[in-house]
Design a protein around this ligand. Structure first.
Ligand SMILES: Nc1ncnc2c1ncn2[C@@H]1O[C@H](COP(=O)(O)OP(=O)(O)OP(=O)(O)O)[C@@H](O)[C@H]1O
Ligand SMILES: [Mg+2]
Length: 361
């Protein structure tokens, strides 16, 4: 069982979006996943389609008293195949204060004990933390060996990351076990210079600590949360779904050295072709095609094209049929070969060309 806490004291950097959508993608890959919502705002609970006010019990019953851990199984709700949640509720804000006033030694170990009592029924447990490092977050860090720190690339000051990592470092010293911390860049808008600059700076500074996957700005992620569904069920071909699917692949492949990699359960991964829809915007272009290793680099071969206008200019939509795999591609805009301006995943080919990369699950 791999336990991963999603932590950042800064609000609105996509902690909940990451917990819910990474969980959805891991579950569709056949892993048994539990989301633990320890944020009193209960956004993960809502984003998985539950109304916290209508639930009789939540994590309060599990964490409020020593020994409550055995009750975790009883509050877990199944929300989709392979996907369960331990829900939150507003009452958890009182819990933070209750724990702060206690002298009980176990007050920072309650979640760890509760997850321990579950045995080995889950492959992944993802903990959605509140935007502070109080006792609830501390409980999450105690329970975990892995942390994902989402960083909002579109409005982000670089010194904030260092400060946060220092804070986590201090907590880790107090906890007394190693925690593998990885940085995930979120809300990435490739059209702004600021986002591109932040991405480059964070990558230069944190190198191996960064996920290769970057989560692009995608309004479907917000819509999916509103509908109470992970994006892989709500809009499986949207950029948000592709990005979180790529993140799931990275997470599946990257267990910390001393944790055994999680075995892929019996189910064969689906292997038939998928319909992939990509968009290219350019107010001045009059002809846009796509070419990649999927069509032998012959522009628009085997591709269905649509041209629309969205108020800001023309949008070219390309519909591809691709079996699961990783593909390199470029756009040809009025005869000029270009990488995808909205996709930060780029590789340099053997002949020095910069190709965009997409992963089809
Ligand atoms: N890649 C994205 N594209 C567009 N909207 C996004 C994206 N990621 C998150 N959002 C939206 O941004 C808002 C903040 O995201 P989210 O709630 O996941 O942040 P958070 O870090 O959990 O916030 P909090 O600190 O309050 O718990 C939400 O409305 C969410 O739908
Ligand atoms: Mg949140």
């Amino acid at each position: 069982m791999r336990i991963i806490a999603i932590v950042n004291q800064k609000g609105g950097c996509a902690k909940t979006t990451t917990a819910v959508n990474l969980a959805g993608c891991l579950a569709t890959d056949g892993f048994h996943v539990l989301v633990v919502d320890i944020d009193p705002q209960a956004h993960a609970t809502l984003a998985l389609g539950l109304d916290p006010d209508e639930l009789d019990e939540n994590l309060y019953e599990v964490l409020a008293e020593p020994g409550g851990g055995d009750h975790l199984k009883a509050i877990i709700v199944e929300v989709a195949e392979n996907l369960d949640i331990a829900p939150s509720g507003i009452v958890l804000s009182a819990l933070e204060q209750k724990l702060a006033a206690e002298r009980d030694e176990t007050r920072t170990e309650r979640l760890d004990n509760a997850l321990g009592a579950l045995g080995d029924i889950y492959d992944f447990v993802l903990i959605d933390c509140p935007p502070n490092v109080g006792l609830l977050t501390f409980n999450a860090l105690r329970a975990t060996r892995e942390v994902i720190v989402p960083l909002e690339t579109s409005r982000f000051a670089i010194h904030g990351v260092q400060k946060l990592l220092e804070t986590i470092g201090l907590l880790v010293e107090r906890i007394g076990h190693e925690i593998d911390v990885k940085v995930l860049m979120t809300l990435y808008d490739g059209r702004t210079r600021f986002s591109r600059k932040t991405l480059a700076e964070v990558r230069a500074l944190f190198t191996d600590m960064c996920f290769d996957t970057v989560i692009r700005l995608n309004v479907k992620l917000r819509e999916a949360a509103g509908k109470g569904l992970p994006i892989c069920f709500y809009a499986p071909s949207a950029n948000g779904a592709l990005d979180y699917a790529a993140l799931a692949v990275e997470v599946e492949a990257s267990a910390p050295a001393d944790l055994a990699a999680v075995e892929i359960p019996g189910a064969e991964p689906p292997s038939g072709p998928r319909e992939i829809v990509v968009h290219f915007r350019d107010a001045d272009a009059s002809d846009v095609r796509i070419a990649g290793d999927f069509n032998d680099w012959v522009p628009d071969k085997g591709v269905r094209s649509l041209i629309e206008s969205d108020g800001k200019g023309r949008v070219w939509t390309k519909v591809l049929q691709l079996p699961p795999g990783t593909y390199q591609y470029r756009y040809i805009v009025d005869g000029e070969w270009r990488e995808d301006p909205e996709n930060p995943a780029v590789v340099t080919s053997s002949v020095g060309a910069r190709n965009s990369v997409m992963v089809v699950r």
